[in-house]
Design a protein around this ligand. Structure first.
Ligand code: NAD
Ligand code: UGA
Length: 451
């Protein structure tokens, strides 16, 4: 069993640390965020991720998992170091490597000879060389091992991956990294670092393209009077297409697809290739959000020719996570507010504590640091969007209810009760979550996506 250091305790770092500890390795996980580490050392985690708190607790109890502040701490003991720090989007669309470079610079003099540094963050093609140059140590090898987990099912995805990709020019280093996963039953793709880095971006870009395609087919279905649900059924049975990633929605978002597709366009540009197809996918996704916002406004206009209230159900970029980064729901709520709609929103992950802290932040200084509050919530408040902890109160006197995230609880609400409190019975179901026939029977003007 190996001695590992995981740098970054976010979605990928914390999952990697907890799972590697569960696989029997000795893991020290570090972060520069003192509050995050303090919480972890008190047995709590700061993100919503199924099973993660329990796995972290199990790791700490077994003695296999510990948390420290700062990448430098205890890194000198590690045989293998995983880099799991952010690679956010820069203003020109490219990936920001500064967190990687900062982390690597701080650990470079401390690493023991023969140690391997693994890039698990999503990094542009050629980044293995950047890390090697930053390390400037001939006795340390750098390996690419991209991560394919999804938020909301991070542990399952880590433990049951469709494949494990390892990119290295050194066979021995590749074998050492691969052996960390020896208890996991998955195909192993070993390749050179550039190909491994390309596999990660190409996979995310392909999935984003698939989603934009299905969203476009949903729009087409509306135009020609077809039903997207049946179209998906008929397409998905073709094994070359499959059912995965065929659900239309209000557009794709999250902390990765938007930044990674932009970064791939930039990577291609730098390599002299104009990736027109992917540029088209990105603009199709933006247009789709406009399309959804307009559809909700149209419904509101039918319900009320004058001022209208829209109740937004769901703010996270998808269900089972509290992540609001690049969430289509947030963008659509902001567009509705810009169209002078009164917008009140509910999301199951917004707690009284978050709301209290948000009000404090906003009262103190609209431009001040938001601390643990996700900046998307501050943007909503600044735009005049109200947040509520009660979904039924959100719908009260509303002219349209807009479901924008596929939280399961939305299926089970008492829509007759909701209808009675609304100014007008109208539902925009941006995730095709509800049975239209039931809603129509209750007297709702119902509109889904592509049906
Ligand atoms: P995150 O923002 O949730 O977590 C990153 C953590 O790194 C933060 O807690 C931050 O404080 C910490 N950090 C920054 N600099 C540090 C340093 N010098 N030393 C120690 N800690 C430091 O990010 P994430 O979602 O885990 O993503 C990390 C990388 O993994 C990104 O490149 C992302 O594209 C990629 N990725 C993310 C997912 C996902 O689902 N979130 C999936 C696959 C790959
Ligand atoms: C995505 C990829 O699925 C992971 O493989 C990858 O590791 C990760 O990005 C990353 O690189 O960070 P994630 O962003 O967690 O994972 O979420 P997804 O489940 O892929 O959803 C992305 C977006 O597509 C969401 O807005 C979601 O609502 C939307 N989506 C997804 C649909 O609209 N329909 C679908 O059928 C599936």
């Amino acid at each position: 069993m190996a001695s590992l250091s995981v740098i970054g305790a976010g979605y990928v770092g914390l999952t990697t640390a907890a799972c590697m500890a569960d696989l029997g390795h000795k893991v020290v996980c570090s972060d520069i965020d003192r509050d995050k580490i303090s919480l972890l050392n008190h047995g709590q985690i700061s993100i919503v991720e199924e099973g993660l708190a329990e796995l972290v607790a199990k790791g700490r109890e077994s003695g296999n998992l510990s948390f420290v502040v700062g990448a430098e701490s205890e890194v000198d003991r590690a045989e293998i170091v995983f880099l799991c720090v952010p690679t956010p989007q820069r203003i020109d669309g490219s990936a920001d490597m500064s967190y990687i470079v900062a982390a690597v610079s701080s650990i470079a003099p401390l690493l023991k000879p023969g140690c391997i540094v693994v890039n698990k963050s999503t990094v542009p093609v050629g980044s293995t060389t950047v890390v090697e140059a930053t390390l400037s140590r001939g006795d340390i090898l750098v390996v690419s091992n991209p991560e394919f987990l999804r938020e909301g099912s991070a542990i399952y995805d880590f433990m049951h991956p469709d494949r494990i990709v390892i990119g290295s020019d050194d066979q021995g280093a590749a074998i050492r990294v691969a052996s960390l996963y020896s208890k996991i039953n998955a195909p192993l793709v070993t390749t050179d670092p550039s190909s491994a880095e390309t596999i990660k971006y190409a996979s995310n870009a392909f999935l984003a393209t698939k989603l934009s395609f299905v969203n476009a087919i949903a729009n087409l279905c509306e135009a020609v009077g077809a039903d997207i649900r049946d179209v998906i059924l008929g397409m998905g049975y073709d094994r070359r297409i499959g059912f995965e990633f065929l659900k239309p929605g209000p557009g794709w978002g999250g902390s990765c697809f938007p930044k990674d597709t932009q970064a791939l366009v930039k990577i291609a540009e730098e390599g002299g290739y104009d990736f027109k197809l992917l540029k088209g996918v990105l603009s199709a996704n933006n247009e789709h959000r406009d399309f959804v916002a307009k559809a909700i406004c149209d419904m509101a206009r039918v319900s009320s020719p004058g001022p209208a209230k829209v109740a937004v159900l769901g703010l996270t970029f998808k269900a089972n996570t509290d992540d609001l980064r690049e969430s289509p729901s947030i963008e659509i709520a902001l567009k509705l507010a810009k169209e002078n709609k009164k917008v009140v929103a509910y999301d199951p992950t917004i707690t009284p504590k978050i709301l209290g802290r948000l009000n404090q932040v906003v009262d103190q200084d609209m431009n001040g640091p938001a601390g643990s509050i996700q900046p998307e919530l501050v943007r909503l408040i600044e735009a005049g969007v109200e947040l509520s902890l009660d979904p039924y109160a959100v719908c009260d006197r509303a002219h349209v209810v807009a479901i924008l995230t596929e939280w399961d609880e939305f299926r089970w609400y008492d829509y007759d009760k909701i209808g009675k409190s609304m100014a007008s019975r109208a539902i925009f179901d941006g995730r095709n979550l509800l049975e239209s026939a039931n809603l129509k029977r209750l007297g709702f003007n119902y509109r889904g996506i592509g049906r």
